[in-house]
Design a protein around this ligand. Sequence first.
Ligand code: ADP
Ligand code: MG
Length: 491
Amino acid sequence: MSFSNLGLSPKVLSAVTAAGFETPTPIQEKAIPVAVTGRDVLGIAQTGTGKTASFALPMLTRLERGRARARMPRSLILEPTRELAAQVAETFEILGKDHKLTVALLIGGVSYDDQDRKLDRGADVVIATPGRLLDHFERGKLLLNGIEILVVDESDRMLDMGFIPDIERICKLLPFTRQTLFFSATMPPEIQRLADNFLHTPERIEVSPPATAATTIVQRLKKAPDDPAGKRQALRELMREVDVKNAIIFCNRKKDVGVLFRSLQRHGFSVGALHGDMDQRQRMATLDAFRNGTIAFLAASDVAARGLDIPDVSHIFNYDVPIHPEDYIHRIGRTGRAGREGFAAMLVTPKDIKALKAIERMLHQEISWIDGALTQEEMVEGERYERGNGRRRRGGRSRDQKRPSGQNGQHAARSGSPDAHKPAGHAVPPKARDERRNDPKRDQHKHHVKPSHGGHGAADRPKAQPQAPRQKQRGMGDHVPAFMMRPVRVP
Ligand code: ADP
Ligand code: MG
């Protein structure tokens, strides 16, 4: 299969060749021929499968006819984060190099002036985060009734960040006759509902079942103690593995990103940090440094997890087990891209067993341990600690997870998903909108450990070994009578 049979214009095809794309990825192969005809598309494919070009190429083809008028953009791409928006803008620059289209990037954290000027001149393509787009709209800088094509990208991430009410609002401001393209790595019910409401007889294109990790990623677990110093030591051991070219290290909390970053610096690692509290310039500078190899390691929070276009990350290290299993898929999706082999290792403390089991259930596979699984005793110990210290758990998670005041029950229905942060349709001042996404509140997550199989004896080296087969159930397996779970007083 080549790009030339997908209905793209000659100009677009030459840009594709110049960009070095030879064969379309599966989502591109299926979505492009539909999207160039103007039909709606609901595209579901895992992270790193080339969804951006799946909408960018047909859009460029379709936008070749016609011109933008002042303040009336012709197409709109919504992205959940500034980084993703900036990356899509870059893609348009590369793939639209012969098109002389005006692309306006409307993201928070930077001044309005340049953005206003772009809009005034007439933008063919607006790439925006929902909050900033609505700010411009409310300031009267932008008319949305000329939009011919709407793209909602990384929809599941939009849900996580509480942007669904904003997206609904934006959809209602757009002409009914527009084309709508929806892309997502997973398809939670809320996104399906949104698609049902705002897509018009879409072609549903799903290239791999949602929530599966690329098979080119070797995944491993490493046992770690619960204390931060011991955990950082375990991480450094992982990082010193021979083949690590560059890696993203994921933390659950932005506070830990900072702590880890400083600690790694003290230990002489070439490291940067990326999280939602940084201003736009810092983030872009850090990302650039990471992309061009000036820094080899990047400590990051989940804000950085989805769709970041860093083509060849050799390793992903999960410093924390993510609370939401889907986040695991998104995190490790940063490695093993485009058929390359990737490696993802995760530190697991006794208290993480429940979250780990949830991930393994979602993957339909068990992940091998690098040097021995946690013992039954350690898991039970973790459980006991959790029960005894539930209210003053390390890391201040319970405080982080407190709901904002004024919350009136408009939170996401999906279990374990962060709350939407405002009632639908409620006007939120621009500043609040920008801040909101930096603070995805998580539902309280109680670790409740069921001692189950002891895990695998293990691969001692994190090399490309086949996943160990699922182990036979031992002892009571997942079922543990309640009396055994009661805390025991240790003399
Ligand atoms: P997604 O949005 O699905 O997570 P992206 O669109 O960000 O994925 O693409 C991931 C990476 O794959 C990018 O570096 C992109 O340049 C590259 N890529 C996309 N399509 C192709 C292709 N047909 N051939 C080679 N590389 C591609
Ligand atoms: Mg993407």
